[in-house]
Design a binder for this molecule. Structure first.
Ligand SMILES: C[S@@+](CC[C@H](N)C(=O)[O-])C[C@H]1O[C@@H](n2cnc3c(N)ncnc32)[C@H](O)[C@@H]1O
Length: 256
């Protein structure tokens, strides 16, 4: 499997990705669980927060509603169009820019943000170190970096659950996979990301799992069951073995 060559691989999929936060169990659970974790880990509002690779801006809008000042950055025009719509009610005190995380220091300056989010972005970059360099450079010395990435160790589970046993075997030794977005991307191990963070002087203060269970729900749950699923995810997000086999890992990092 080869990474996508197209200039903006998200041009065709931005709408689908945006809607999955409303329509799918995995999208709804992901937003709820990550938002809860960020409430615990981010500085109190109003903090200056950069959402690097903001996509359709759903998390940024949630944080702006909590009182944070948001900067949204993404290279995809299609994603930014959606981000601008969702940020419209929070336009005062927020800004939306086109660019990559690697370009962030040149676009935004160094040591400027109390928190930087890098959510589901490092699976789309070839050079993990360059992406983390960009995020680290714009972070204040006391700032918090929140990195969410596709967990390499969990890749086979969804293939098995959806009947693709051959794919489950393949991804044991190949971190390139396509997922529901149909855009080839690279899952990473916790160790690989922690080693790269250490090279930037960043250390995880907390490690959470996200979606240990949500991807296995086959029928639309009732609202009470969705609440129970969110509780299950929150209660297991720091508990082994669930964290280590969650679809996503969330590292909350600081310096020193
Ligand atoms: C799967 S979406 C995630 C969006 C959002 N962070 C979220 O969690 O909903 C991945 C996003 O990363 C963006 N992206 C890809 N390469 C990037 C880079 N080098 N720097 C910043 N963003 C990038 C894409 O344009 C896309 O919007």
């Amino acid at each position: 499997m080869r990474p996508q060559e197209s200039r903006d691989p998200f041009a065709e999929r931005a709408g689908w990705f945006d809607r999955h936060y409303d329509d799918s169990v995995r999208g709804r659970v992901r937003l709820r669980v990550l938002r809860e974790q960020l409430k615990r880990e981010l500085p109190s509002p109003p903090a200056n927060v950069l959402d690097a690779g903001c996509g359709p801006g759903r998390m940024a809008a949630a944080l702006a509603a909590d009182g944070h000042r948001l900067t949204l950055l993404d290279p995809s025009e299609a994603m930014l169009e959606r981000a601008m719509m969702v940020m419209d009610p929070h336009a005062e005190g927020s800004r939306v820019l086109r660019g990559t995380v690697e370009e962030a220091p040149a676009l935004l300056g160094r040591d400027v943000f109390d928190a930087v989010l890098l959510h589901a972005v490092v699976c789309y970059v070839e050079d993990l170190d360059a992406a983390l360099d960009g995020a680290a450079a714009v972070l204040r010395p006391s700032g918090v970096l929140s990195v969410v990435f596709k967990n390499r160790d969990a890749l086979p589970f969804r293939h098995v659950a959806e009947g693709r046993i051959e794919e489950a075997l393949r991804v044991l030794d190949d971190p390139l996979d396509a997922g529901n977005l149909s855009i080839v991307n690279r899952a990473r191990s916790r160790q690989e990301v922690e080693e790269a963070l250490a090279r930037k002087g960043l250390r995880p203060r907390k490690a959470y799992g996200v979606r240990a269970f949500a991807d296995f729900v086959r029928e639309e749950p009732s609202e009470p069951d969705l609440e129970r699923l969110v509780s299950l995810e929150l209660r297991t997000s720091e508990r082994e073995p669930y964290r280590s086999v969650s679809r996503l890992l969330h590292l909350v990092c600081g310096r020193g």
